[in-house]
Design a protein around this ligand. Structure first.
Ligand SMILES: NC(=O)c1ccc[n+]([C@@H]2O[C@H](COP(=O)([O-])OP(=O)(O)OC[C@H]3O[C@@H](n4cnc5c(N)ncnc54)[C@H](O)[C@@H]3O)[C@@H](O)[C@H]2O)c1
Length: 380
């Protein structure tokens, strides 16, 4: 089976590509390496010394059949089409988007870039596949942030809500109402609408993975060889919250908790991202007229709880700061992850103590850390 991995050089894409290759897939990574460039332009490179894509691919040959093609899927639809024609994918996994909410809120240029890149890339993929009459199963990485973070409708179901219409008393199933909290999250809502249309009109099999915030850095494969090492971001724009707090607790930087820290969010470990992507890829929706949604999450915690846990482990100080974001100070969140669990997903949880692994990684590469990029510059 052939898997085309768009954005396979990134934080989630690289370990997921390796996991697919290790499980017998012929993998072609397509990436424009923009994440590496943005790092250098706005903040700092990955804390871990990730290798060039060429060196990564060379090392990955020991894991399985894996290659790389440089292409910007938003800006170069001609080259992208050539790749799709030549590769004839059975599965396309789509990670290739600008994925930072704070980055997307920095200013005019970042808002426009995020929308242009994410929406055009997704539409280019489906439009070209339509033109070529190819129908691979497309697995798209979405986010829990499309739902907003509240329990107004009870536990958040997987993409669809069963309701009774007041006026007609009819029971219907509707797409869960979207409620994005940033330009980045808005693009994921738009992606979802684009995919619903392509599924309905052209019969695509599509799975949208509404993923929680990813933590950790290594997987069982990336940890086997320094040349396969995964990226680790800790800066204010691209670092994900738990990874940032771990870095801060390790280097004696007061842990930055916004407001009361009462924001509840869903989390997943990077190893589970790779496993869930494979599970999802192997289980396309039976019904092709609507997008299958899985909430790709392991557990829900408040930011305050995470900081307190690290304080208890390391003694690090917590610095409550004015919240730079427009969001409720506290929220309740309950999320169903029944879909992936029914396929055999057994989540890694924080109780599994993997923060110790991250602490070890941070300590190993602490000499590369730039403290000046820890605070976020985005305000909204
Ligand atoms: N990291 C998280 O916590 C998280 C949580 C939920 C969802 N997601 C989603 O998972 C996906 C991957 O996230 P990540 O953390 O690995 O991000 P990342 O920035 O590390 O990886 C994205 C990759 O896509 C590439 N890319 C971006 N635009 C491209 C384009 N136009 N053409 C070709 N390649 C392009 C980048 O160079 C990068 O290698 C994203 O879509 C993101 O929204 C991530």
């Amino acid at each position: 089976m052939k898997a085309l991995v768009l954005g396979g050089d990134g934080f989630c894409g690289w370990p997921s590509s390796l996991h697919l290759a290790a499980n017998g897939y012929e993998v072609l990574i397509v990436d424009n390496l923009s994440r590496r460039l943005i790092s250098e332009k706005i903040s700092t490179p990955s804390l871990t010394p990730i290798r060039s894509i060429e060196r990564r691919i060379e090392a990955a040959q020991k894991i399985g059949n894996i290659r790389f093609a440089y292409c910007d899927i938003a800006k170069d639809p001609g080259k992208f089409k050539e790749i799709l024609v030549n590769f004839q994918a059975d599965i396309v996994v789509h990670f290739a988007e600008q994925r930072s909410a704070p980055y997307s809120m920095l200013g005019d240029a970042e808002r426009k870039y995020t929308v242009d890149n994410n929406i055009t890339g997704t539409n280019n993929l489906f439009s070209t596949l339509t033109e070529l009459n190819q129908r691979p199963h497309v697995v798209h990485l979405g986010t829990m942030g499309v739902y907003g973070y509240n329990d107004a409708f009870g536990e958040i179901p997987e993409g669809y809500l069963n309701i009774t219409v007041k006026q007609t008393q009819k029971d219907v199933t509707i797409p869960y109402p979207v409620n994005p909290g940033s330009i980045y999250h808005m693009t994921k809502c738009l992606d979802h609408t684009i995919m619903q249309f392509y599924a309905k009109n052209w019969g695509f099999q599509i799975t949208d993975l509404h993923q929680g915030i990813v933590w950790g850095t290594d997987t069982d494969i990336t940890s086997t060889d320094e040349d396969l090492i995964n990226r680790f971001d800790y800066d204010g724009e691209y670092g994900t919250v738990l990874n940032r707090l771990v870095v801060q607790s390790q280097v004696g930087y007061p842990m930055t908790v916004y407001g009361t820290g009462g924001q509840s969010r869903a989390f997943i470990h990077i190893q589970d991202t790779a496993r869930c992507v494979l599970l999802a890829a192997e289980n396309p929706p039976e019904e092709s007229s609507r997008v299958q949604v899985f909430n790709q999450i392991s557990e829900v915690h408040t930011v305050r709880h995470l900081a307190q846990m690290l304080h208890d482990q390391t003694g690090a100080e917590i610095a409550y700061q004015d919240n730079p974001r427009r969001e409720p100070a506290e929220n309740n969140l309950r999320v169903s992850n029944a879909g992936l669990c029914s396929l055999g997903f057994e989540p890694i949880t924080l109780a599994d103590n993997l923060t110790k692994d991250i602490l070890a990684t941070v300590s190993k590469y602490e000499h590369r850390l730039d403290r000046s990029v820890i605070d976020s510059r985005a305000r909204w």
